[in-house]
Design a protein around this ligand. Structure first.
Ligand code: PAF
Length: 285
């Protein structure tokens, strides 16, 4: 596996692969790899001739009071894990390579980014994501790019950028990978001490409780959300948001009649965690 730091080097490597007719898969990451990231790399490895993983803790998607400084960084460990997954290129640029002096472009996806994490973290968050991901697509020009469904809103935002800007890349969303007790894997789980780690299991248990009442026939949004809210309250968690939204448009859903995204965000101990479940009902049920 090659570790590349410059856009020029990545372009040269990808150009060579393309001239041989090879396909290119990209896994955009901010490092601190866990099994969720590795599952994306494995999927990319299965489907492509050349696999590029980007490792860049993107400053523009963090707010002033967020954890940019504390975000876990261990490039040597990440490189070893990526290499073991058969990744060909780890693109780990310095910030000056991505945001040179005078950088002035911002990609803003209206509507989809006004709610959930966009509302909770502020507009800079998805602007930062959309802008850096678009740059990565321009640098690597992948056939397919892989994202985790844990960041369900991010997947929708990236898909909208691709659609609206006619980018020639297929977006593949991969399933959430969970710890044995159900906690969704996240680089931020390292912030949890033992008590918070135990408390954090309530997020998935809350979503499971909501999914159970849904499977038992509940279609009313308030009924579904109450089932989840009770589990969070019992665990002493006040969610930042706990919402049911249309799985494609993120419009609010009062009654589940198609595909709905049940999404939660909460501060647990020192970590801000997100999780979600998809609920699918036939439209006439
Ligand atoms: O999901 C992430 O790790 C980041 O938001 C991404 C997509 C790599 C952009 O910085």
């Amino acid at each position: 596996m090659k570790i590349l730091r410059t856009i020029a080097d990545v372009r040269a490597a990808v150009r060579e692969a393309r001239s041989d007719g090879r396909t290119v898969g990209l896994v955009p990451t901010m490092g601190a790899f866990h099994d969720g990231h590795l599952s994306l790399m494995r999927r990319a490895r299965e489907q492509n001739d050349l696999v590029v993983v980007s490792l860049f803790v993107n400053p523009t998607q963090f707010g002033a009071n967020e954890d940019l400084g504390a975000y876990p960084r261990d490039e040597a460990r990440d490189a070893a894990l990526a290499e073991a997954e058969g990744v060909d290129i780890l693109f780990a640029p310095p910030a000056s390579e991505i945001y040179p002096d005078g950088f002035a472009t911002n990609i803003h996806v209206a509507g989809l980014t006004d709610v959930l994490d966009g509302a909770a973290r502020g507009p800079h968050h998805f602007d930062g994501v959309a802008t850096v991901v678009t740059k990565l697509f321009g640098i690597v020009r992948p056939d397919v790019a892989y994202f985790g469904q844990k960041d369900a809103q991010q997947v929708l935002v990236v898909r909208r950028v691709v659609r609206d800007l006619d980018l020639d890349v297929r977006i593949e969303a991969c399933p959430i990978v969970r710890e044995a007790d159900g906690l969704a894997m996240s680089s931020r789980n390292v912030y949890l001490d033992a008590d918070a780690r135990a408390q954090a299991t309530a997020l998935n248990r809350a979503l499971d409780a909501a999914a159970s009442v849904f499977e038992a026939g509940e279609r009313d949004g308030d009924g579904i959300l109450s089932a989840a809210g009770r589990v969070l309250a019992d665990a002493g968690i006040t969610p930042e948001y706990l919402e049911l939204r249309d799985a494609m448009t993120l419009e609010p859903v009062a009654r589940v009649e198609g595909d709905a995204l049940l999404a939660v965000a909460a501060h647990v101990g020192a970590a801000r965690l997100i999780d979600n479940h998809l609920l699918s009902a036939p439209k006439d049920a």
